[in-house]
Design a protein around this ligand. Structure first.
Ligand code: NAP
Length: 407
């Protein structure tokens, strides 16, 4: 620790300073990520009885940083004030990290000061009656928040406050940077593929994965392969295709097709429906050829507006399209006939429960899964890194930011 340099350097374990460095968003800078962040010295967050103060060694980059920086579709700073009574005019985001416990509240029993942890992003109030009743699915409890997105102190800082249930043991085999990158997207993909029976990926199942080289995508490829399924990764460039193929996926390049975007009324009317049907056919044909005629039993959706009509159409009869986002827009359209006539299922999904995080962390710890870290940035480079994500020019695989740890 004494060798650390720069703004991320942490004090000796257990010594909590009054101030810390953070990459901060404020409402008057909402816009392109390169301009939205500023490195500022701000107070270290205080902790409640059931919370832990984590000294951040490394943070993981996620696409939600793009939405937070733009203040779109939600002005999150204002939303946290209105909904949760937050008082800050600033937002420190970041929903993945690895770090060291620096302090803990009086009710915390699962970690000690000095423990090395990874943080999972499901922030939920244990006093929430939903949680007290033992109701499963706490991610949809009234108090549930995406930590580092819908809370003020995420991981793009020297310190962050988290609920103690968010802390899991850092797998010893991983570097700080590797340990910071897998939890949010990994657990989300894990639940999309295994949480909605009977649509659980099985041997021989074709799974269509949009954004195959992104955070969700690389986790999904590994999971599908481990279950003996056939991952088909959709990408938009040759280098992303090569990366996904190196993980064992078949690939399709979406830049070769033109039928993207929401359907219009004309696309489902008898006199005019042929136009879209004709436009989607080359993609459908390429998919069929790639898999030997087998269509996807599960489609892992997140682009939304651009791809939903195709997802519902190419999904196999009795299959499931499962979605967790609207990366290209929220207008989800499709031709209902493909859904009901072939008894397909459209399923929403959002992150996962603590048990799924524990299971995923264990699979990373024992080497069943890899964090797939491909790029590491310095603390100062966060605006540039998030901008590349907004521009879809970020490298394939997962990226980390060094904060307390050094190269
Ligand atoms: N609800 C949840 O719990 C949850 C959890 C994690 C992430 N998410 C959301 O899921 C989405 C993906 O996250 P991520 O971390 O995987 O992001 P990412 O690493 O940035 O990857 C997104 C991928 O989407 C593809 N893409 C972009 N625009 C597209 C379009 N118009 N049509 C088809 N594909 C497109 C890109 O691949 P190509 O250009 O190569 O096709 C890109 O690699 C984000 O919106 C994120 O906020 C939700």
């Amino acid at each position: 620790m004494s060798e650390q340099k720069g703004k991320g350097a942490l004090p000796p374990i257990g010594q909590v300073p009054e101030k810390m460095w953070a990459q901060v968003i404020s409402g008057d800078r909402y816009g392109e990520p390169r301009n939205a962040f500023r490195m500022e010295e701000v107070p270290v967050p205080s902790i409640a009885d059931d919370e832990v103060l984590v000294g951040v060694m490394a943070a993981g980059l996620n696409h939600n940083a793009v939405w937070a920086a733009r203040g779109y579709p939600l002005d999150l700073i204002n939303m946290m004030k209105l909904r949760d009574g937050a008082t800050l005019d600033t937002h420190i985001i970041g929903s993945d990290c690895s770090g060291i416990v620096y302090a803990k509240g009086s009710k915390v029993t699962n970690v000690e000061v000095g423990d090395e942890v990874v943080v999972q992003a499901a922030w939920v109030d244990d006093a929430d009656p939903w949680v007290q009743r033992g109701t499963p699915d706490s991610v949809i409890a009234p108090s549930a928040r995406a930590w580092g997105f819908e809370t003020n102190h995420g991981s793009f800082a020297q310190f962050c406050n988290v609920k103690s249930r968010q802390c899991l043991p850092k797998p010893a085999r991983l570097s700080w940077e590797e340990a910071a990158v897998y939890m949010l997207c990994g657990v989300t993909s894990y639940c999309m593929l295994y949480k909605f029976p009977p649509h659980i990926v099985q041997e021989g199942d074709v799974v269509l994965i949009w954004g195959g080289s992104g955070g969700l995508g690389v986790a999904a490829i590994q999971l599908v392969r481990n279950s003996g399924g056939i991952p088909v990764a959709v990408v938009s460039s040759a280098d992303k295709a090569a990366y996904c193929e190196s993980l064992g996926a078949l690939t399709l390049d979406r830049s070769k097709y033109t039928h993207w975007g929401p359907l219009t009324a004309e696309d489902v009317l008898p006199g005019t429906q042929d136009k879209w049907a004709k436009a989607v056919r080359p993609f459908e044909k390429a998919l069929r050829e790639l898999t030997g005629g087998k269509m996807p039993r599960i489609v892992l959706e997140h682009p939304g507006s651009d791809t939903m009509p195709t997802s519902i159409r190419v999904c196999a009869g009795d299959g499931m399209v499962v979605t967790c986002a609207g990366t290209s827009g929220y207008l989800g359209t499709f031709d209902l006939r493909f859904l009901w006539l072939r008894r397909k299922r459209l399923q929403g999904s959002h992150f996962g429960e603590l048990e799924h995080c524990v299971e995923y962390n264990n699979m990373i710890a024992d080497g069943t899964l890899s964090p797939l870290l491909t790029h590491t940035y310095d603390f100062e480079e966060i605006p540039k890194a998030i901008q590349s994500m907004a521009d879809n020019t970020h490298p394939p695989g997962n990226s980390a930011v060094r904060i307390g740890c050094q190269a």
